[in-house]
Structure formats: C-alpha cells, structure tokens
Design a protein around this ligand. Structure first.
Ligand SMILES: NC(=O)c1ccc[n+]([C@@H]2O[C@H](COP(=O)([O-])OP(=O)(O)OC[C@H]3O[C@@H](n4cnc5c(N)ncnc54)[C@H](OP(=O)(O)O)[C@@H]3O)[C@@H](O)[C@H]2O)c1
Length: 410
C-alpha cells in the first residue's frame, strides 16, 4: 500500500484469484491446551453446527489428544468430537504453520503474548489467503502486523482480525451500535466506559507485563503505521486520551484507560463513513467512587513501573504459571459492562453492552462466535487487516445477542 493511502478496506479477491476455497478444514483452534483456547474449543464443541469441519492444533500431541478426549466427555457434546482432527503446529516452526494455514480456511489462535509468539502465524495465513482471528490486546503487535502483512493479506484475500476477545469486541461493536442510532452526516463524539468484576489468567498477566515494558518501541511502530496508512479522505477520525473526571450522564468517576480498545474503535470509524464526517473517541474505566478510581490508577501505575525493571518483571511473571486462570465458580460471579455515550446532531445516545466473565467465558464466546461468523455469515467482501466491526459488524452483534450478551440503548 502506498504512503498516505486511504484506509478504506480493499475488496476481497474472488474465487478465481489467489484465495483457495477448497480446504480440508473450516476452522482450527491453535492454543487449545491453554486456558482461553480450551474454553474456546469447549464453546465450539457445544455450539458449532454439525457440519463445521474443525480441529485443534498445538505443539504437544499428547496434551492435545487429552483436550480432545475431555471435550468429547462433556455432557451434551456430540461424542464425534472425539474424532476432531489434530494438527501439529509450533509457532517456532514456520513449516508447521505453513502446513496448518494451507489446510484450513480459518485459524483461531490464543497463543500469546502475541508480540513474542504471534507474527509467524499471521505471516503464514497472509501468504496462504487463510483467515486469521486472535485475542491480542497488544497494540504494538497489531501495528507491526499491519506494516508487515496487511498488503499481502489484501492481495491473497486473507481477513486478519485481531482483538476478538474482551479486547476489543464489546467496545468496537458497542460504539458501532451506539453510532448506528445517530445520523451519519453529523460530527460525533463518543466515549466508552468499562466496568468489570473479574480476575485474570496467567497468560493475560504475562501479556500485560511484557507490554508495559515496551512503551517506547510501541509508540515508534505506531507512528510508522500511521505514516504509512494515511487518513480517510474528507473525514476526520481521532482518539483523544481524555482526563479523569466525574461523568454526569453515567454518574461514574472516569479514568482514561490506555488499552488497545480505542485504537480498534478509531480504526473501525476510519473505515466506515457512517461514523460521520468527524468522529472523536475517548476510552475510560468507570468506578462508583473517587477512592476506587484513584486506587485503580495507582495499582496500574505501580505494575507499569515494576515491569520496566527486568528482574522484577521476571520475578512477577514466575508467580503466574502458564495455563492457569479463574475457576468456573469465580468466572460465574464475574461480569462486565461497557457504556457508550455518543453525541451528535443535538442528540445523545447512551448504549450499554453487558455480559458475564469478560476475560475468559465471554472472550471464548466472542472468539468462537467470530469464527462461526467468518465461516457462515454473509459478511462484507473485504480483505487485509480488519477490525471486528469492519469484518463482521452486524452479524457478530446478532450472534452475541443470541448467545446471551446484551446490547441495549438506555
Ligand atoms: N484480549 C482478551 O480479552 C484476552 C482474554 C484472555 C486472554 N488473552 C490473551 O490470550 C493469550 C493466552 O492466554 P491464556 O491464559 O489462554 O494462556 P495460556 O493458558 O498460557 O495458554 C498459552 C497457549 O499457547 C500455547 N503455546 C505456547 N508456546 C507455543 C508454541 N511455541 N507453539 C504452539 N503453541 C504454543 C500453549 O501450548 P502448551 O500447552 O503446549 O504450552 C498454550 O496452549 C494471552 O496473550 C492473553 O493475554 C486475551
């Protein structure tokens, strides 16, 4: 893609071009031996249509076979799950990733931290015209993938969709949902406010600590992408950091939240003129009292500072053994809400997305439903790196509503 090009998505090459349609499998889940990947495989085992041709991939054949056996033993799951295809794939072995990408129409991965482990798989999928979904929350990874593989994916027809978990589907689809209530020819200012009660898995702690340690390279890669990607023609779309304050509409204290979510929301807005001629987005955590807001900001700051010191970061990481996370009881008590307040043309829309355990139960649901949407729904025929809203907007929203997540205008 040429410098300063318009970020409007490219049409997907049709069946006569590079993108092959005949593959042995529709979907393969890589990372199913880990905490989130296993929940994703379990969701597919319970909810995938009987004609979905899917399988599990990983580097340890024994562990993978054990996961498959356990899936087949779940009450109500079709026992034929015991015959799911298993694919040997190690992210350190590019040949195994190429073979995986050429065998299936879509790869779903939960192997993170993604900056450390994710790039070879995206490379294999972009080259093979294979769709790719992940649950990264790492902006540097997403920007680097855009620089390295977006143009190739556009050419082969691969849809590369990052952040298909709690990062960033509720925010991305929630903002799209709220903006859809406003006229599309007026400037729109939106804010997203997250509230949640939940705890994190080891994999998430590893990704968060690695990310805090890389603030400088992250902003360098982001600047390189912005320069190459350009801006939408005739429209202004931007993310604004915002300041801590009390929100009168919501009644919460808001603290700016520097997650990947605003980057995804702004990219969706840049690609879709229905977000209006001028679109501004700010992203916050919301708490009921000032004391909680201050405590949350201080704890995040402390963790970010500790992550800068190599030995301290490694000591922290060693406290979170791989593959562990909150148990079913704890997950059942967890919840999240994402409030979106969008203002434009003299109107204010307050929309809310809500669901259960954000990090794992709902993340597995969002990732698996994204896989089903890309496989079965009549989504826009566009290719390259896409946001969830761009790739699957209305279909994924409908699927998540049917699966128990709420999208409502208050
Ligand atoms: N965005 C969100 O909302 C969200 C939510 C949850 C999690 N996450 C992210 O998802 C990632 C996974 O979290 P988790 O808790 O599920 O982690 P986890 O339990 O540690 O699982 C990691 C998985 O990666 C696999 N793996 C590691 N190295 C590999 C290699 N060389 N080749 C192939 N597979 C390899 C592991 O396989 P083995 O069993 O063989 O070791 C395991 O299946 C983290 O980055 C986390 O931040 C994001």
């Amino acid at each position: 893609m040429s410098p300063m090009s318009d970020p409007t998505p490219a049409p997907r090459p049709d069946a006569t071009s590079a993108r092959p349609h005949d593959r042995e499998l529709d979907v393969v889940v890589l990372g199913a031996t880990g905490f989130t990947g296993r929940l994703t495989a379990e969701y597919l085992a319970r909810h995938a249509p009987a004609d979905l041709r899917w399988g599990l991939a990983g580097r340890n054949a024994e562990k993978l076979a054990a996961v498959r056996t356990q899936l087949a033993e779940i009450d109500g799951v079709d026992p034929s799950v015991a015959d799911l295809t298993l694919v040997a794939a190690d992210v350190e072995d590019p040949d195994s990733l190429r073979a995986l990408a050429e065998r299936t129409r879509l790869v779903v991965t939960t192997v993170g931290p993604f900056l450390a482990h994710g790039r070879p798989l995206v490379a294999a999928c972009a080259a093979a015209g294979t769709d790719y979904l992940d649950i990264t929350g790492e902006p540097e990874f997403v920007d680097q993938v855009w620089l390295d593989h977006h143009a190739e994916a556009e050419a082969t027809g691969a849809r590369i969709v990052h952040a298909c978990g709690f990062d960033s589907i509720p925010h991305d689809l929630g903002v799209r949902f709220a903006v859809g209530e406003l006229p599309d020819d007026v400037p729109i200012t939106a804010r997203g406010v997250v509230r949640a009660s939940a705890i994190f898995s080891s994999g998430t702690m590893h990704s968060a600590l690695e990310q805090f340690a890389r603030a400088r390279p992250m902003s360098k890669v982001h600047a390189a992408r912005r320069k190459a990607e350009g801006r939408p023609e005739g429209r202004r779309v931007r993310g604004v950091a915002g300041k801590p304050h009390r929100d009168r509409t919501l009644g919460y204290w808001l603290v700016p939240l520097p997650t990947i979510d605003p980057m995804i929301v702004v990219r969706s807005a840049a690609a879709d003129a229905s977000y209006g001629p001028a679109f501004t987005y700010s992203h916050y955590a919301g708490t009921k009292t000032l004391r909680y807001a201050a405590g949350g900001a201080a704890a995040t700051g402390l963790l970010a500072t500790a992550a800068q010191v190599g030995p301290v970061r490694r000591a922290l990481l060693s406290r979170f053994p791989v593959g562990q996370g909150p148990d079913e009881k704890r997950r059942a008590r967890s919840w999240f809400t994402v409030d979106v307040v969008a203002e434009g043309g003299g109107r204010t829309v307050h929309a809310r997305v809500r669901g259960g355990d954000p990090g794992y139960t709902e993340t597995a649901k969002m990732l698996a439903e994204s896989a089903l949407s890309l496989t079965y729904d009549d989504n826009p025929e566009v290719a390259g790196m896409l946001t969830p809203a761009q790739a699957m907007g209305e279909h994924l929203t409908a699927r998540l509503q049917a699966a128990g997540m709420t999208f409502e205008v208050l």
